[in-house]
Design a protein. Structure first.
Length: 165
């Protein structure tokens, strides 16, 4: 019975994809930053693309890392008051938190998609490398979609656990 209950509380889709993408972004950030430092000290020049890619990869890593944190119910929050509430009020606070999270990331999807579309439509390019900006900005709404799917999955698992008395 306990093993079955533990299985029902795990995410349907393994977190390995998001964990791998976030870790890969971190590795690339470290590699290009190290390479830039070495080249700068050896030649008094620097790679032009490092800042552009590093900022993009940092946002990418944050989005996919946040998806993992939401799926594990380890996201940043202040639990001091919620932990001291009686069962039903604690559950109500959980529902309010769930709805607020959905609202915020739905807005990120809406405005992030509009921003990426405008970047594509106006053929805006990055100042460092001249790449299309939409390549960077399209990941904002896509990451928010992944986060919402993980938040929904976590909430379904919490519902399966049952509401507190």
């Amino acid at each position: 019975m306990a093993a079955e209950r533990d299985r029902s509380l795990r995410p349907w889709v393994p977190l390995a994809l998001e964990e791998g993408l976030a870790a890969f972004a971190m590795v690339i950030i470290c590699a290009i930053s190290l390479a830039n430092v070495v080249v700068r000290y050896a030649t008094d020049a620097s790679f032009a693309f490092t800042e552009e890619f590093s900022v993009f990869l940092l946002v990418f890593m944050a989005l996919f890392g946040a998806a993992v944190a939401f799926a594990r119910d380890e996201h940043i929050r202040i639990g001091f008051f919620q932990q001291r509430l009686p069962g039903r009020l604690r559950w109500a606070a959980t529902v309010v938190t769930f709805l607020a999270t959905l609202a915020v990331f739905a807005l990120i999807i809406r405005y992030g998609a509009a921003f990426a579309y405008q970047e594509w439509r106006w053929e805006s390019t990055s100042p460092g490398l001249g790449l299309p900006n939409w390549i960077y900005s399209v990941w904002l709404p896509l990451g928010a979609v992944v986060i919402i799917s993980r938040v929904l999955g976590r909430f379904v698992r919490q519902l399966r656990q049952g509401t507190p008395d």
